[in-house]
Each structure stands twice: as structure tokens, then as C-alpha cells.
Design a binder for this molecule. Structure first.
Ligand SMILES: Nc1ncnc2c1ncn2[C@@H]1O[C@H](COP(=O)(O)OP(=O)(O)OP(=O)(O)O)[C@@H](O)[C@H]1O
Length: 339
């Protein structure tokens, strides 16, 4: 797959009287055409600033941002206008014009892009249908719920048929049920319209339901990047583990281990569960072959984007040599930690 977006050495230093903030620190990152890419991190980590460098709402202090191979830093005002037609954006607080109808909110970017009245009418009707707001064309934003407002924001962002959609905390102002509806809408925009999406959130739950790949930001730097399943099942950086832990309650914390050690005197292991261990009954087969019994003492298996991930922690019972051989063979096929 080709890179739709590529950032190389992107640094952003804000000047301020209080000394200035290094919002982005040497970011290297690429987003492939057609994928959903997640950016996650705590408040102030630099997510919004990073997102805004992609449509040149922020200019990096140094480094390069390429969109479809074009350096956005070197564009004239006219070229920038055209770039922004290619890149839609949705915001946490929706960013609607409150005095304009739903129709006008969606039609405005089309008018600015030079669409004809008839084409605008047809396109707005099609968009309202797509986002599930048929019949609301003449409502005002204040008459809509938060979820409906975000649907308008999304319809407006994709009106010009962009190839990229930037979503900045698009669900953070919404309740869990509405969040689920907006997540589903964003997924259908990606799958049905083929739009590449970069989604910023501080919630792993939202990122895990949307993103194919993800970068974790901390203090302006990317501390870890990877496939969403790998990040959930095997977080490497302490910041990632902290974001994953409350969501994926299957991995053990140090405190869990301490408690479990006091409760289970036998040998203990944790096994990362992924597709291979779900489709092949390896655990029970090896246990039977080596005459080892196990008790599951913590963990679980969940599914993200139709693929399983998780961890099981086991207390092993059997003769020392048998347990050794069981662990050795299991380790050849699965990721095993003894503790
Ligand atoms: N226009 C600005 N001027 C000065 N500092 C800024 C500006 N915009 C952002 N910053 C600073 O840059 C850092 C990164 O901010 P950013 O908003 O990108 O983080 P974030 O991860 O999106 O956080 P949040 O989720 O709270 O929005 C913060 O320290 C912030 O205070």
C-alpha cells in the first residue's frame, strides 16, 4: 500500500511568554492509503497539533509533511486551498455554524469549492441519507442532539469527496451509545467510501474499535507504534501499558502479580492469546502430552476487529521436568512470560 501521509522529523515549538512548549518532537510516521490510523495519548501529548500539521493548520518548526507525496509546507495559498478540499476534518465540539440550517452547514464547503446549485442539492441529500439525517435538512444545530450534530459535522467534512478525513476527538463529547454510532459511521466512511482516516482520541476503547494501526504520543514524541492487535496484546512502553490497562483488563499489573504469587505457590506463566492459540487447542494439547495441569488464575480473551487478543495467566501443576518441557514447547508457538 502506498503512503497517503508521511511525516519526517516533524518538530513543533510554540513560542510563549511562559517559555514555549515543545508540542512535537521529531515525529516520523506514515499513514497508508485506505487505512484508519489512530493517535492516542494523554491530554497535552501533542495529538491535535500533530493532526493539524497534516492539513497545514499548524506549520512545523522543522521537518516535512507529505500528503500524497506533496510537501504541504511548500504550498501557495491556492494550492493549500485545494489540499484542504482533499482533507476533511471533524472536531470534538462539532464546529457547526449555529445560525445556519443543517443544509447550509453541509452546502457551504461545496459552494466555496464552486459546485453548482443543482449538484449541491443532490449531494447534500445524498450525504444526509448517508449519515442518517434524512428529513433534518432545515433543522438548526441547536435543535439536534450531540450525535446528530456530529453527523452533520461528518457530512460536511466528507461533502467534497476528500481522500483523507481527520477526526479530532470526534466522540469525546458524546455518551457511550452515541460514541458507538459515530464509530460505526466513521468505519463505513472508511470501508464504503475508501477514505483514509486519522483519528485522535485519548480513549483506547475508541481507537481499538477504529484503528488498524496506532501511534502512542507522550510529551510530543511517538513512544510506540504498531498494529492495533499488537499494541493491545503486547504493549511495550510504560505509557502504552497505562493506556491499555484500564481497557484491556487481561494483562497483569505488578500489583496483580504480587497478589497472585502469594495465592499460588506453584509455577506461574502468562500467555499472550492471538489467532493461533484460538484456532489451535495448543494449550490443552501440550498440557495433556506433558502431563501438566493448569488453573487459569487471571486474564481473558476479547475481540477487536474480528480478531482475538488477550492474555491468560496460569498456575501450573506437575513434575518440574514436565512443566519445563511444557513451557519450552508452548514458548515456541506463543509468547510466554514466567513470573
Ligand atoms: N497555539 C498554541 N500555543 C502555545 N502552546 C500550544 C498551542 N497549541 C498547543 N500548545 C501546547 O502544545 C502541547 C500539545 O498540545 P495538543 O493540544 O496538541 O495536545 P493534545 O494531545 O491534543 O491534548 P488535548 O487532548 O488536551 O487537546 C501542549 O503543551 C499545549 O499546551
Amino acid at each position: 500500500m502506498t503512503d497517503r501521509i508521511r511525516l519526517t522529523g516533524v518538530t513543533k515549538q510554540f513560542d510563549s511568554k511562559a517559555g514555549g512548549a515543545l508540542a512535537l518532537d521529531s515525529i516520523d510516521l506514515s499513514v497508508r492509503a485506505g487505512e484508519i490510523y489512530g493517535l492516542i495519548g494523554r491530554s497535552g501529548a501533542g495529538k491535535s497539533t500533530l493532526l493539524r500539521t497534516i492539513n497545514a493548520l499548524e506549520r512545523p518548526s522543522s521537518g516535512e509533511v507529505l500528503v500524497d507525496g506533496i510537501d504541504v509546507g511548500g504550498l501557495s495559498a491556492e494550492e493549500l486551498r485545494r489540499l484542504r478540499h482533499k482533507i476533511g476534518m471533524v472536531f470534538q465540539q462539532f464546529g457547526l455554524w449555529s445560525s445556519r440550517s443543517v443544509y447550509d452547514n453541509i452546502a457551504t464547503p461545496l459552494k466555496l469549492a464552486g459546485w453548482k446549485q443543482d449538484a449541491i442539492r443532490t449531494r447534500v441529500a445524498e450525504l444526509l441519507d448517508f449519515v442518517g439525517l434524512g428529513g433534518k435538512a432545515f433543522a438548526r444545530p441547536r435543535q439536534l442532539s450531540g450525535g446528530q450534530k456530529q453527523r452533520v459535522g461528518i457530512a460536511r467534512a466528507i461533502a467534497n469527496r476528500p481522500s483523507i478525513l481527520l477526526a479530532d476527538e470526534a466522540t469525546s463529547a458524546l455518551d457511550p451509545q452515541t460514541t458507538g454510532d459515530i464509530v460505526a459511521l466513521l468505519r463505513s466512511i472508511n470501508e464504503e467510501l475508501g477514505i483514509t482516516i486519522v483519528v485522535v482520541s485519548h480513549e483506547m476503547d475508541v481507537i481499538s474499535r477504529l484503528a488498524d494501526r496506532v501511534s502512542i504520543l507522550s510529551h510530543g514524541a511517538v513512544v510506540e507504534s504498531g498494529d492495533i492487535h499488537q499494541i493491545l496484546a503486547r504493549p511495550q512502553h510504560v505509557e502504552t501499558a497505562a493506556l491499555v490497562a484500564p481497557y484491556a483488563r487481561t494483562a497483569l499489573t505488578d500489583a496483580d502479580r504480587q497478589l497472585l504469587r502469594s495465592e499460588h505457590a506453584s509455577r506461574r506463566i502468562s500467555v499472550v492469546i492471538d489467532d493461533s492459540l484460538v484456532h489451535d487447542p495448543l494449550l490443552s494439547r501440550l498440557a495433556r502430552e506433558h502431563g501438566v495441569d493448569f488453573a487459569i488464575i487471571q486474564g481473558g480473551v476479547e475481540r477487536v476487529k474480528r480478531r482475538p487478543y488477550g492474555q491468560l495467566s496460569l498456575a501450573l501443576h506437575g513434575a518440574d521436568g514436565d512443566v519445563d518441557r511444557f513451557v519450552a514447547q508452548l514458548s515456541e508457538r506463543a509468547e510466554v512470560a514466567q513470573w
